[in-house]
Design a protein around this ligand. Structure first.
Ligand code: SF4
Length: 431
């Protein structure tokens, strides 16, 4: 089909499609779905080969948040029966991180609930980063601590943090429907603060909150314009006890279309399948690997994922391979841009630990890539999100009308498991 030929050609050149083309991907039918996956899969392989980057979540502080993000199980007034605990000690966090790294993760994501960190919280994270890097200096660390104040990003960078996650979550136009205690502009400001301090920007979205196709395209283009190096795509986990508990709007086919659209708009950017992978893609997860080049290993912030070994088996069975510590995540031209923002170290020698976002050079890996330009459970990271407020049902109807062949998902509360192991518990982590 002409659309897919055009999108593939643009993606192979590292070019971004038009908004209309992105919307057309979301409007494809189930009959066209495998062709869509194949086309976006060519773009994925062009820039990322068959590598899958594994990331591991450590929830440093769980629940009891004063913010009201309606998708989040940790929100103000949440009745979700999640684990609630205050800051892990550095050695506890390092133990959890070690489990993820041993399982194959090259990035550890340190997440804390809350509006944003205090300066004392930055001290805590600094000590935690030191403990993790003492055990393994090569591990990439991404922090996800909420809205940043002046100089906090610089302090995290100095502490050895490589990246900062702060998701835009949804379009600017609908942001006020999901959260009232902070704004879309606040979120953009924090992503820019992180980027400005030389941290690799990780910022993504949550799908399934009742948003329209236009909202999805808006936020994905906004992320591209912000220069996010990695784009986590969360699929709303409608937690019981949150405002969006009844928002089951996603089918596996819809999730694949969304991932394909995100890939076409961000051909050379890390695209990560985040929270909700098991709940919504289910047995179609391996097809998602043809679109995304990154996933979380094991559990999420407040919900449990499938067994870490099952993640690894799935990657191998689908013909992909886990990205190694010495391999660069981003294509060379994107890594150079990220490194320039970080003040150096771009596509350095293989195994180099500098720069955010896995910018170590990989000899021969991407010699052909010189063409085009360059958190999880609850909201702050790859949460186990929850969704929207008012316009949900109407938007879902509109989406169903638009997307021939797409049906809303059935309610599958049986697939939502609150995390009861790992960080904050006496039980071993799932990694
Ligand atoms: S997404 Fe973050 S800021 Fe919002 S309620 Fe959840 S923990 Fe709090």
């Amino acid at each position: 089909m002409d659309l897919l030929d055009t999108l593939t050609a643009k993606g192979l050149r590292g070019e971004t499609p038009t908004r209309e083309e992105a919307l057309a991907v979301l409007a494809t039918t189930d009959d066209e779905l495998l062709d869509v996956v194949a086309a976006a899969g060519r773009v994925r392989r062009r820039w990322f080969g068959r590598r899958v980057k594994l990331n591991y979540l450590v929830n440093l502080k769980s629940g009891l948040c004063p913010e009201d993000c309606s998708y989040c199980s940790q929100r103000l007034g949440s009745k979700a029966e999640i684990l609630k605990y205050t800051w892990l000690k550095p050695n506890q966090a390092a133990e959890a991180a070690k489990a993820g790294v041993s399982g194959g993760a090259k990035r550890v994501c340190l997440v804390a609930s809350g509006r944003g960190p205090t300066d004392r919280d930055i001290d805590r994270v600094t000590d935690t980063v030191a403990a993790i890097k003492e055990a393994d200096p090569a591990v990439e660390i991404c922090a996800c601590l909420g809205l940043l104040s002046d100089n906090q990003a610089e302090r995290l960078k100095a502490a050895g943090v490589d990246a900062y996650n702060h998701n835009l979550n949804t379009s600017e136009g609908t942001y006020g429907d999901i959260t009232t205690t902070h704004t879309y502009a606040d979120r953009v400001d924090t992503v820019q603060k992180a980027h400005g301090a030389g941290l690799s920007a990780c910022s993504g979205l949550i799908a399934g909150m009742g948003e329209s196709d236009e909202d999805l395209v808006d936020v994905v283009f906004a992320l591209r314009e912000l220069g996010s190096d990695s784009v986590p795509v969360n699929f709303l986990i409608p937690f019981e006890g949150t405002p969006l508990a009844k928002e089951w709007n996603l089918s596996p086919q819809r999730c694949l279309r969304i991932l394909a659209m995100v890939r076409f708009v961000n051909p050379d950017t890390e695209v990560r399948i985040a929270g909700g992978r098991e709940v919504h893609l289910r047995s179609m997860q391996p097809l998602g690997l043809h679109l995304a080049n990154s996933i979380f290993l094991g559990d999420y912030l407040t919900s449990e994922g499938q067994a870490g070994q099952t993640d690894l088996d799935m990657i191998a069975d689908a013909g992909f391979e886990v990205e190694g510590v010495g391999e660069r995540t981003l294509p060379r031209h994107r890594a150079d841009i990220a490194a320039a923002a970080a003040g150096g170290c771009g596509s350095g020698a293989a195994g180099g630990a500098g720069g955010g976002c896995g910018t170590a050079g990989v000899p021969g890996e991407d010699a052909d890539a010189a063409v085009g330009g360059c958190g999880t459970g609850g909201g702050c990271g790859p949460c186990g999100g929850h969704g929207h407020a008012v316009p949900v049902a109407a938007a879902a109807d509109a989406a169903a009308d638009t997307n021939a062949g797409t049906s809303a998902d059935e309610v599958r509360t049986d697939l939502v498991r609150v995390r009861r192991r790992g960080a904050g518990t006496e039980l071993a982590p799932n990694a």
